[in-house]
Design a protein around this ligand. Structure first.
Ligand code: TEU
Length: 550
């Protein structure tokens, strides 16, 4: 058995808070930090250990805080630095930790650094960003950005283009410049000295840009923005200069990485980051595909297990709610939400809960583009309409994967606006809030929330869920409905059986189980058909079971 390095964050369950949609304490229609403080017991009641807080820094808020204009101030709609300090104290008082979402690939175009940089070609901060002359009368190359048709924006005042991996209003910092790196490291240390417990590092795979900015063969395939030479030099320096001096956790958001590339970020011998947050599922698997999901899980287990830490999640503030996208948000919504939770919390890796997932909140379909807020979706909609596409078809095509699916307000109860605000919410509440809300779940011992509590408690009591080796049972590797695997640590063996389908399914127990006992530890169906004694399991639609096998 591999020598395991035990750490607090490997044993953690992380709860992600999109604070602007969590709870509004002052009736302005936007969630805030005071509201979050008032609702902390809801989170602590799950038994989670770490809170990931989406960006709260001063920002014009064009990309909901991912366009930072002051790294060391709190945006007024969220609260003040005093509120943030109080939140941190209240989180720690409950035995939890807080990691902050930090965006250092780019700033807002209204950050003073960029205001100075764009003011003149010989401004001392010109080289804090990426400026190039036009080529053939147009942008320096043919690259797209995540949120715009070109990754370059002409600044007429100085007649040069600046680079932006995301929106025009999010210019990329020039990480080649040691002054930029020094400024970022100093800011990071001041946050860590304030007592936060780490960072979720946004778009961290984009820091390095290729020499010469050559044209892309396929501009639409924006992988050229990520994982360029030099990236890991920056991450090693960042760890040496900042993180290595603190007992904190760092999470690298890295798109378009293979397990081999992912290991470079989080290999325990690399001295870079601690935990990977990749998107081979959420970015590249549009709908549920069990066989593809199994292949991805196998590849990442083989690539990282025992060498570096991975995250397990199926939704976040950028991706549609998992029970809608990857489960069943119709007649089997509750069972499906519990099955997906069982899967994420028993697969190898640190499980993340995105706010609302713990009550089985679903995606949404708003009738008009005006109801949507997501800059990525609205920019893409405008691009398509400008090409003459039909508005209704364009909207319909963008709704399923709109980031707003997961950004509708937290559904606290069945009062107006789901108890999220006494004002007009910044984005509409999902109309199903009367059926799906926290109050209803708290009144039901068989609710999704209650199931998450039991699942997390199981993890706290059994380190096999954290450190146990993973192995799929070969009989079901190619089964598109059943997912059957074990986790083993020392003499402990757990068998996890998931029927990810709308049909009841019988699962014959393999001969190697005969003579062994199977004790059910947790399941999402009560009084299930026993079956074990007859050598098979009769699984209901979306049924999940965890057994201890002796
Ligand atoms: O997202 C980065 C991003 O878009 C990609 O890494 C990835 O492909 C994935 O789909 C996003 O989840 C981060 C933030 O999560 C996002 O909300 C911001 O809009 C973006 O960076 C720009 O800061």
């Amino acid at each position: 058995m591999t020598e395991i390095k035990r750490t607090w964050w490997k044993e953690a369950v992380v709860y992600q808070i999109y604070w602007r949609s969590f709870y509004d304490s002052d009736g302005d229609g936007c969630g805030d930090l005071e509201g979050l403080i008032q609702k902390l017991d809801h989170i602590a009641g799950l038994g989670v250990d770490v809170i990931w807080l989406n960006p709260v820094y001063e920002s014009p808020d064009l990309d909901n805080g991912y366009d930072i204009s002051d790294y060391e101030a709190v945006m007024p709609k969220a609260g003040t630095m005093e509120t943030l300090d109080r939140l941190l104290a209240e989180v720690h008082r409950r035995g939890m930790k807080l990691i902050m979402d930090l965006v250092v690939n780019h700033t807002s175009d209204r950050h003073p650094w960029f205001v100075e940089s764009r003011s003149s070609r010989d401004n001392p901060k010109r080289d804090w960003y990426i400026w190039l002359d036009a080529k053939a009368g147009g942008p320096p190359n043919n690259w797209r950005s995540y949120f715009a048709p070109s990754a370059w924006e002409l600044d007429a005042a100085t007649d040069q283009y600046y680079f932006h991996s995301f929106a025009v209003e999010q210019p990329d910092l020039n990480w080649r410049n040691p002054e930029v790196r020094e400024a970022v490291y100093g800011m990071m240390k001041r946050w860590l000295d304030r007592g936060i417990d780490g960072f979720r590092l946004d778009a961290i795979a984009l820091l390095a840009k290729p020499d010469g900015y050559p044209d892309a063969e396929k501009p639409e395939d924006i992988r050229y923005l990520t994982n360029n030479p030099g990236l890991h030099d920056y991450l090693r320096e960042m760890n040496e200069r900042v993180f290595s001096g603190y007992d904190v956790v760092t999470v690298g958001e890295a798109a378009y990485v293979t397990p081999e590339e992912g290991l470079k970020f989080v290999g325990e011998d690399r001295g870079e980051l601690d935990m990977l947050f990749h998107f081979e599922i959420c970015d590249e698997m549009p709908a549920w595909d069990m066989l593809r999901f199994k292949r991805i899980q196998r590849a990442w287990y083989e690539g990282l297990w025992g060498k570096g830490s991975n995250s397990q999640f199926l939704n976040n503030h950028d991706h549609t709610r998992q029970v809608t996208r990857y489960g069943n948000d119709g007649p089997y919504r509750v069972q499906s939400a519990k099955l997906l939770a069982t899967m994420l919390h028993t697969l190898p890796g640190i499980p993340y809960i995105y706010q609302g997932e713990e009550i089985g909140m679903t995606g949404v379909r708003f009738p008009s583009i005006e109801d949507y807020d997501d800059i990525a979706m609205k920019n893409r909609y405008a691009e398509e309409i400008a090409k003459g596409r039909d508005p209704a078809e364009t909207l319909s095509g963008l709704q399923a994967l709109s980031r707003d699916n997961s950004r509708t307000p937290m559904q606290w109860d069945d009062s107006s606006e789901a108890g999220f605000t006494t004002g007009k919410p910044w984005i509409k509440v999902n109309p199903n809030y009367r059926e799906i809300n926290v109050a209803k779940d708290l009144a039901d011992l068989d609710s999704v929330y209650a199931y998450y509590q039991r699942l997390i408690a199981l993890r706290k009591e059994n380190e096999v869920m954290v450190y146990g080796d993973f192995e799929e049972w070969p009989e079901w590797e190619e089964d598109a409905r059943l997912y059957v695997y074990t986790r083993k640590l020392g003499g402990v063996c757990w068998l996890i059986v998931l029927n990810h389908s709308d049909e009841a399914t019988d699962m014959a127990l393999p001969a190697r189980l005969s003579g062994r006992t199977m004790r059910m530890l947790l399941g999402n169906e009560s009084n299930v058909g026993v079956g074990e004694t007859e050598g098979y399991l009769r699984l209901k639609p979306h049924e999940a079971r965890i057994f201890e096998v002796k």
